[in-house]
Design a protein around this ligand. Structure first.
Ligand SMILES: NC(=O)c1ccc[n+]([C@@H]2O[C@H](COP(=O)([O-])OP(=O)(O)OC[C@H]3O[C@@H](n4cnc5c(N)ncnc54)[C@H](OP(=O)(O)O)[C@@H]3O)[C@@H](O)[C@H]2O)c1
Length: 332
């Protein structure tokens, strides 16, 4: 099948409501943290974006600093949008973020109005877009008053540069506070992007806040950066993130404890007739607060494989109990 040849791209995707909002997100979204910057091969990055869209993945997640070099994932995405997807802009949800270090001096990171407004303007230029669909504050800033960050997000929506706003990596209390500050301005906090997977449920308490406030959840690193594909069970493959330049996943992350849990999750996936990666994605999606999972990929094949998760999204009580035992470190 050629790129963009499919008139049925929406048939096999599941679209889920993002909290109490009008926005539906594909159950699987594609993130551009790795493998889309200037050090990646453009034809492969393009192929991943188009393969994803051809399979109903309508949501692409970026941030100002994705690369390497920082900013270049947005440039790559903009190039593909312009060359291949410009007539599909209204069928696509683009998100970007600001908050991590991006440029030198006191205004290049965190949560000031100065940083957020300037960063979004830069992102729009790099992507050659008039607006993004979702703009996130990427991480909480302990020193900037939350009111100022909320004011910046409000201004961004009012200016039309983003349709919706979200937060990422906030705890439950910060989430509730931001939601209420934005409500005062009649702006709904659409979405919270958090790390969440079978191997990391430390953000569990945020899920309650999302439900109370009607905020949609979206999980990043749902495969624990690849560990939950089972690819590290027999050692570290040469073509894997842990063997690359990533500082976020290294050989040190592949501990015996993590491998033991991974093996036990895989046994349950085998019984369900799913690959471990499919089960890891469907398990996150079985949390009712989660609208979508953001997967990463190194090639189009991985994206197509991960779409298999959609064929079995529910878990029996017994499966949930056994998975909880493994998460909690108890023996089955
Ligand atoms: N808000 C935040 O602070 C934040 C932080 C991190 C990420 N994110 C977002 O979340 C997105 C996803 O994060 P992530 O890349 O860590 O997600 P992930 O889905 O947990 O890991 C993706 C990696 O797993 C491996 N993989 C995926 N499918 C595979 C398959 N079928 N078979 C074998 N290996 C497979 C690939 O790595 P290798 O093949 O290279 O091993 C791929 O790059 C990011 O792109 C970004 O948009 C946000």
């Amino acid at each position: 099948m050629g790129y963009l040849a499919s008139s049925s791209r929406y048939d096999s995707m599941v679209y889920r409501r993002c909290g109490r909002s009008g926005l539906l997100l594909p159950a699987l979204s594609l993130g551009m943290w790795h493998n889309f910057g200037s050090e990646a091969v453009y034809s492969n990055s393009r192929s991943m974006i188009l393969t994803a869209f051809d399979h109903g993945i309508t949501h692409f997640d970026l941030a100002n600093n994705y690369g390497p070099a920082a900013g270049t994932a947005e440039e790559t995405f903009g190039r593909v949008m312009k060359a291949d997807l410009s007539s599909y802009r209204d069928e696509i949800i683009v998100s970007t973020k600001a908050g991590y270090y991006m440029w030198p001096g006191p205004y290049g990171e965190w949560g000031s109005k100065k940083n957020l407004i300037a960063s979004l303007d830069q992102s729009l230029r790099r992507m050659q877009l008039d607006y993004v669909d979702i703009f996130y504050h990427h991480r909480p800033d302990p020193d900037t008053p939350l009111e100022e960050t909320a004011e910046a997000l409000t201004q961004i929506v009012r200016s039309g540069k983003a349709l919706y706003v979200g937060i990422s990596n906030y705890d439950a209390e910060g989430t509730r506070k931001m939601s209420r500050l934005l409500q005062k301005e009649n702006i709904h906090l659409l979405i919270h992007q958090m790390r969440y997977s079978l191997l990391d449920t430390s953000n569990e308490s945020v899920l309650d806040a999302l439900e109370e406030e009607g905020i949609g959840g979206i999980a990043f690193s749902p495969l624990a950066q690849g560990i939950l594909t089972g690819k590290y069970l027999g050692g570290i493959p040469s073509d894997s993130r842990a063997n690359g330049h990533s500082v976020f996943l290294t050989g040190a992350s592949i501990t015996e404890e993590v491998m033991d849990k991974t093996r036990r999750f895989k046994a349950i996936a085998d019984e369900r007739g799913q690959s471990l990666a499919e089960m890891a994605l469907s398990w996150v999606l079985a949390r009712k607060q989660m609208a979508s999972v953001i997967i990463g990929a190194r090639n189009s094949e991985q994206i197509k494989e991960n779409l298999g998760a959609l064929s079995c999204l529910s878990f029996s009580e017994e499966e949930e109990r056994r998975i909880d035992e493994i998460i909690g470190g108890r023996s089955e």
